[in-house]
Design a protein around this ligand. Structure first.
Ligand code: PLP
Length: 463
């Protein structure tokens, strides 16, 4: 057939959405038939006068909706069967469309990066470069990958020197390696009172003690930090100043500067977890930009692009890089070179930026669904965040509510899952909106949560 030329005229919404809708309509009208091959993305971009990234986003969305599928090395084909005007309940094959609705995992919408991955694998195969990615790659080598990560971080206002970037398998290994480089048995690690739970496990394994610090709506309180420094002589402070887990708080720049002043006065090392930092279009400067001499800046592509890529990066103070590299070697020798090559290409050619923008849009859509479903309830959220923090009315306790919700088929995490040792867990829950693939399931899960709260406590669950 002649090259497919979609008509975008008169369609509202973004250009990518208009393209997806044109595709849907042309399949429904029979102009495109099952098995038809769509034009390569660049060619279609030229034909319709759009940016290649826009076409890439549209193909990704069309695949997510089940209109088309990408085949490695062959192209993108129209799917057989159902009427494409019918919304597909669960477009990602690996995801259940039955069983519990999972609001417990703080991850982005799955499946988005699939077409880009297929394309990257084809490009790599054509370039004949594959053997290099099976070789050993020392974390302190791979200058192109470290350059790419430094360039990506510069989008956050960080003047990152590639020599200070250490490549890791996701932020999780970045955090583990950072703690290994810093903590000795008996040391004290400070965290927010409610914080990313695995940090407590990691610190415990290293024989360190975790002390939680009081927070307000902006996150960690400077007074609490100052008195904890006097009382405990801590080795380091771990915190997530942007889109905090679980409370969603983003710390303003004044508060960040206050914390940095205290850290300098107390000679305290900072560990800034910035995994969510690429989601908001605007955000305050990272702590690492304010105190580069004492901050380990830990991030990854897991929340903004795809968690399975396992691409993580730590920007470390120059004198701490060797200890960090040694820790990565102890744990895994290196981050997988193939995955890092894909991540580096995406961070430099605009694919990561396009996927990040698409996750941001999905997050905003899911947050809007939550606003409608939870209207009148007491919760905190950021329009660009993947999660929200829901306070329960009395007499609910968060643990009882989570147990009851699980019985009703919805998984979420109560405050107790995030509380530092000795910290009080409020009657609140974290609800992650993005990791379920289908809007229908998210809407159903939100309805269960709202209905349960409205019903009040079921007797046998009062604790
Ligand atoms: C706050 C926070 N930090 C770090 C991580 C680890 O991320 P990654 O998947 O990049 O290892 C997560 C993942 O859930 C997280 O939520």
């Amino acid at each position: 057939m002649a090259i497919w030329t979609p008509s975008l005229h008169g369609r509202s919404g973004t250009r990518a959405t208009a393209l997806v809708e044109a595709l849907r309509d042309d399949i429904a009208s029979g102009l495109l038939k099952p098995g038809d091959r769509l034009p390569p993305q660049r060619q279609l971009a030229d034909v319709v006068g759009l940016a290649p990234q826009t076409v890439m986003r549209a193909y990704a969305e069309a695949a997510r909706r089940g209109y088309v599928r990408g085949e490695v090395g062959r192209g993108t084909f129209v799917c057989p069967a159902r009427d494409p005007r019918e919304p597909r309940r669960d477009a990602t094959l690996a995801r259940p469309d039955a069983g519990p609705i999972d609001f417990s995992q703080n991850l982005p919408l799955p499946g988005e990066a699939g077409p880009a991955l297929a394309q990257a694998l084809v490009d790599l195969a054509r370039a004949g470069a594959c053997p290099a990615y099976l070789d050993h790659q020392r974390p302190e080598s791979a200058p192109a990958h470290r350059e790419a990560a430094a360039g990506w971080m510069s989008g956050l206002g960080l003047a990152a020197d590639a020599r200070q970037v250490v490549l890791t398998q996701g932020a999780q290994q970045g955090l583990m390696a950072t703690l290994m480089a810093l903590l000795k048995p008996g040391d004290v690690l400070l965290t927010e009172a409610l914080s990313y739970a695995p940090i407590q496990g990691l610190a415990r394994h290293l024989g360190a003690r975790v002390v939680g610090l009081a927070m307000d709506d902006e996150g960690l309180l400077p007074d609490a930090l100052e008195s904890a420094c006097r009382q405990h002589r801590p080795r380091a402070l771990y915190l997530t100043p942007t889109l905090q887990t679980p409370t969603t708080a983003t710390m303003g720049e004044d508060r960040r500067r206050q914390l940095v002043r205290i850290a300098r006065a107390q000679d305290l090392t900072l560990i800034e977890d910035d995994v969510f930092g690429f989601l908001p279009p605007q955000r305050p400067l990272p702590l690492a930009a304010l105190a580069p001499e004492r901050c380990f800046f830990v991030t990854s592509l897991s929340k903004s692009v795809a968690p399975g890529l396992r691409a993580g990066f730590v920007l470390a103070p120059p004198d701490r890089v060797p200890a960090l590299v040694a820790a990565v070697k102890l744990a895994s020798w290196m981050a997988p070179p193939l995955m890092m090559e894909i991540a580096a290409r995406w961070m430099t050619d605009g694919v990561a930026a396009a996927l990040n923008a698409s996750q941001r849009a999905h997050a905003a859509r899911r947050q809007a669904m939550a606003r409608a479903a939870l209207a009148g309830l007491d919760y905190r959220a950021d329009p660009h965040g993947l999660h929200l923090w829901l306070h329960l009315p009395e007499p609910w306790t968060a643990d009882a509510f989570a147990a009851q919700a699980e019985r009703a088929g919805v998984l979420l995490r109560p405050a107790s899952a995030f509380a530092a040792p000795g910290a009080r867990a409020p009657s609140a829950l974290r609800l992650c909106l993005s990791h379920e693939a289908s809007d229908d399931r998210v809407a159903a899960g939100l309805a269960v949560v709202a209905e349960l709260i409205g019903k009040g406590v079921v007797d046998d669950f009062v604790v």
